[in-house]
Design a protein around this ligand. Sequence first.
Ligand code: TYD
Length: 423
Amino acid sequence: MYKNHTHCRACGLGKPSIPTLKVSTAAGPDVAAQQLVPVMDLGLQPLANDFADMLDEHAGFAPLKVMLCPRCNLSQLSIVVNPKDLYRHYSYVTSKSETMNLHFHNLMGDIMDESGFGSVVEIGSNDGTLLRKMRMDGFGPVMGIDPAENLCAISTANGVDNICSMFGFDSAQKALDHMGQPHIIIARHVFCHIDDWRNAIKCMEMLADKETAIFIEVPYVMDMLKDGSFDTIYHEHLSYLNVRSMEYALKESKLHLHAIKRYPIHGGAIVMTLRRNDWADSPDESVAWFLSEERSGVEEWRKFSQESEVRIMQLGGLVRNLVSEGKTIVGYGASAKSTVWINACGFTRKEIKYICDNTPQKQYKVSPGTNIPICDDGALTRDLPTHALCWAWNFRDEIIEKEQIFRKHGGKWIFPTPNVEVI
Ligand code: TYD
């Protein structure tokens, strides 16, 4: 089901050919560190998006442990789950929320400012939502690359062409054959899923001509550490990116970091703009700023890990107390984050009656690793439980605004991130 991961996928530390380093590690200062350092252990966890029917075979459990590279500070899981198991019941669909629409609007504006209109290849195009919007706004032609057959079918039905495949030399070549070198390459929340960065970078080099701008959006590890969002740690996310690691990874390539910008989406993300090394303009000052401000070493991880344990105890205690007082608690948002929380707290149907979610692919399935069913989001107002535990906290304001009937009937929200809070 999985293989061990022992070397840094950004800078190569841990590979036999890399020389010994003198650095401070968890084991103490000036230790010769040639290995990734363990910084967080969430035990055995199910695959976070393995939403399947109750009687279907589930993929099972695997260790969820984070290792830190003492050289470039890339945090990465200690294992790589076989993609066939990981994406077997894949049900992540780009959210159709207002928050997401606003993000796409802002992102398209920034892409336009950097590179103007032109042809687009999106790596990890999901159901084609962003490409469709881009085409409506005047970008084009557009082409997606995504391995999920169900999502490619939706994309095609919506008129967005795609290559149904993992990103690699073959799919990059197909995109080239189809549209030539694109003016814009986008990879949103893809890099954290990629095991072989070298290969991915080579494929991007192959696609990029001198004018191409590459936009890589990733959840930013600094925001994760600051906000305590340990629930974004799950098997699909092989790496938790910092800028330094990307700088290392690009060192011997034809690409470099050209600009970096922060966005509030998904609890805090950055978009790294890459340009070819023969691009005329020098890098934006944002690159140097991020490199000097970034702090995501062993100390920061240790603190984060301890605080996460405290919050797991808090939420577990709060929910169990409420249940013992006769309150009814449902989950809201069957996000991958919900799987991490539920399994960390050991919740079952006894504590969480069901989870409401507006994604048809998840409804009437059970939450991975548990017997908690997923219902449609209308269940909240039909049922009016006393408490709803929101695991789509990244859409907090929008959800509170939308579910006013629940509030009017005395329903209380529980938010687990950034702090455990009842409102
Ligand atoms: P999301 O945060 O997009 O992703 P992840 O799985 O990476 O943690 O998941 C949010 C979930 O919440 C998703 O399954 C859709 C659901 N949702 C609702 O049910 N109603 C809503 O109003 C919103 C915004 C999301």
